[in-house]
Write a protein that binds this ligand. Structure first.
Ligand code: KG4
Ligand code: ZN
Length: 379
């Protein structure tokens, strides 16, 4: 017999509705859990007092020897770190588990095993505490992260999402109202940084390491292509740039090694090409939509050269740039607590199924008004 997931979920929702309505007269305290990849992030967000506490454990050392994230090791480490981090944020905020009014966890996209750890923990805690639980879209978390800053952006805005798995331009009219303007046809910008770092013998994650090496680079040594900027459109492609970089590395290597200055020059040429390409597409997206606000989010938005370039571009156009603080550009629990709180307050919550979706298009997200069962609009 077909399991009655959504209907069960709906019954559970009805049982919880009353308590949530009562609590919504007061503030709502949401525990946010992020375990989509190699960072365990936990935060407590109160819809009236804002962010109360957050904690992050990065698994970089666990994966360092492998040159990238090993999914099984990631899942096991989330199991070890998640509950201690939950206790840590509660202690930091001076709150008890019984004060929690709702739990938000990353339901995708991400590594299936890692997502399952966060989802199973969130649902177990939700049952024990009798509070609603909601699976949150990781990229929605990223794009709403600038809302945690003292001067949050107003809707509508154009968002550039640049992470290890995504390079997207999105028109955001409100929470859950996302129109995809442009996407990567191959590698994401963060992925291109990570792969280029390997060519230059740098460790994972490559983005910050390339940025540090590029500081010593000379800007007039190499000029790399700015892919897909010579034709109209808002899509991205970074795989050709990656090949161009590899060819440059090979051409300048002597017995398989590059001298230090050439490594730095290549790092700078690569970083400048990515930054210029992203800036050109962002300018186009602002022009095409007539929108005066630009948000950048995701790990690559921590890049200082990218932030400075977009700051200059928006200032020139009388537009405004909104950014999360660097620690909330990369994966974190605060963005999940914030995004989850907005949707939980609107009455959205999971049924009794744990959601874990390795692939989950942002455009499939329900609007805030939708009656939502298991993270999807009810049909
Ligand atoms: O958002 P994120 O933490 O995880 C994903 O959702 O993928 O992004 C991680 C990506 C990695 O590819 C990393 O190399 C890149 O963000 N990154 C950077 C910088 N910091 C992180 N790329 C360029 N410059 C940085 N400073
Ligand atoms: Zn991310």
């Amino acid at each position: 017999m077909e399991p009655e997931g959504p209907r069960d979920g709906f019954l559970l929702n009805s049982r919880l509705d009353f308590s949530v309505q009562l609590k919504s007269l007061h503030s709502m305290l949401v525990l946010g859990i992020e375990t989509s990849c190699d960072e365990t992030g936990v935060a407590l967000y109160d819809d009236q007092q804002g962010l109360l506490a957050h904690a992050l454990y990065s698994q970089i050392d666990v994966h360092a020897d492998y040159g990238g994230v090993v999914p099984e090791l990631a899942s096991r480490d989330h199991v070890r770190k998640l509950l201690p981090l939950c206790d840590e944020v509660l202690a930091e905020a001076g709150r008890q588990r019984s004060d929690i009014d709702g739990i938000a966890y990353t339901a995708g996209p991400g590594l299936i095993g890692a997502l399952m750890v966060g989802g199973a923990t969130a649902h177990a805690m939700g049952l024990a505490l009798n509070v609603p639980v909601l699976g949150v879209h990781h990229m929605e978390g990223h794009l709403l992260a600038p809302m945690l800053e003292p001067e949050p952006p107003a809707f509508p805005f154009v968002a550039l999402l640049v992470s290890g798995g995504h390079t997207q331009l999105v028109l955001v009219k409100g929470i859950g109202e996302y129109t995809l303007l442009g996407d990567s046809v191959d590698d994401a910008a963060g992925e291109a940084f990570d792969k280029t770092a390997k060519m230059l013998d740098l460790d994972y994650p490559g983005g910050p390491r390339i940025a540090a090496l590029a500081e010593k680079g000379r800007p007039d040594r190499f000029r790399f292509p700015r892919p897909m900027t010579d034709r109209p459109g808002l899509d991205f492609s970074f795989s050709g740039l990656k090949t161009f970089t590899l060819n440059t590395v090979t051409a300048h290597s002597d017995a398989d090694t590059l001298d230090e200055q050439t490594r730095a020059d290549i790092a700078l040429a690569f970083e400048s090409a990515v930054v210029d390409t992203l800036s050109i597409k962002c300018r186009r997206a602002l022009e095409e939509t007539g929108c005066p606000n630009l948000v950048i989010a995701g790990g690559v938005s921590a890049n200082r050269r990218l932030r400075a370039s977009l700051e200059a571009m928006t200032r020139k156009r009388n537009a405004r740039l909104f950014l999360a603080r660097p620690e909330f550009c990369t994966d974190n629990g605060a963005m999940i607590a914030y995004a989850g709180c907005q949707r939980l307050k609107a009455g959205q919550r999971d049924g009794d199924r744990i959601l874990a979706m390795p692939r989950w298009p942002l455009a499939d997200l329900p609007s805030m008004e939708a009656v939502c069962v298991d993270g999807l609009a009810e049909t």
